[in-house]
Ligand binder design. Structure first.
Ligand code: ZN
Length: 210
């Protein structure tokens, strides 16, 4: 499915405004919403709701645009040979995703490190890999692993570390209403399976610069 072909181009310029949607998909999704609104006890014909099915369809298309991004390609587009072999850490990467069980948002931060093994990657590509996997229906555990595996398999570094801390709206807004609980997941490969290296990473992501 090739619904947002212009996405890459626009983001390269440092600004994302996706206003080109796959019209057929928008119409297909939107067609279901009047019935859903009615089931909820609403009147889909009232002024405020008339355009809601289309807005929801566009929002859903944006929130799942990661399906159209080849994350490995994003990395390959900016890999450079470099003889640097210390840990590279990108922390506090914003994450916005959707839980696949309730289709409600979960969001928070990802902290990612790798130890180069002949190649480094343009730093801005790491958050884009996060986005490529986050902008899909997800569970935080799989999201964490997919990011780790993509970096590991593509960059072939000496090790990858991913730690993710997210709040889940399905926990905060419904059921148990644990509004401030944060879920932490982590995934490591290679050198990060070693206690010393992993501790250094964890120290770096919890340290502040001031
Ligand atoms: Zn959920």
């Amino acid at each position: 499915m090739d619904k947002l072909t212009s996405f890459e181009e626009e983001e390269q310029e440092g600004y994302i405004k996706i206003d080109r949607y796959n019209e057929k998909q928008v119409q297909d999704i939107a067609a279901h919403y009047p019935a859903i609104l009615e089931s909820l006890g609403e009147n889909p014909a009232r002024e405020g709701l008339v355009k809601t099915p289309e807005r929801v369809a566009k929002a859903l298309q944006f929130l799942t645009h990661g399906y159209d991004i080849d994350a490995a390609n994003v990395l390959r587009s900016a890999m450079f040979e470099e003889d640097y072999s210390q840990m590279v850490v990108v922390k506090d990467i914003e994450v916005y995703s959707m839980c696949e069980h309730h289709m409600l948002p979960f969001f928070g931060k990802a902290h990612i490190a790798y130890i180069p093994n002949g190649h480094i990657v343009g730093l801005s590509k790491i958050p884009r890999v996060v986005d490529a996997f986050a902008r899909r229906l997800q569970v935080q555990e799989r999201l964490t692993n997919e990011i780790r595996d993509c970096i590991h398999d593509t960059l072939k570094p000496a090790g990858v570390a991913v730690v993710m801390e997210c709040k889940h709206m399905c926990m905060a807004m419904r059921g148990v209403q644990k509004q401030n609980s944060v879920t932490t997941t982590s995934a490591f490969t290679g050198a990060f399976q070693n206690d010393v290296t992993r501790s250094e990473f964890l120290r770096l992501i919890t340290a502040s610069l001031d």
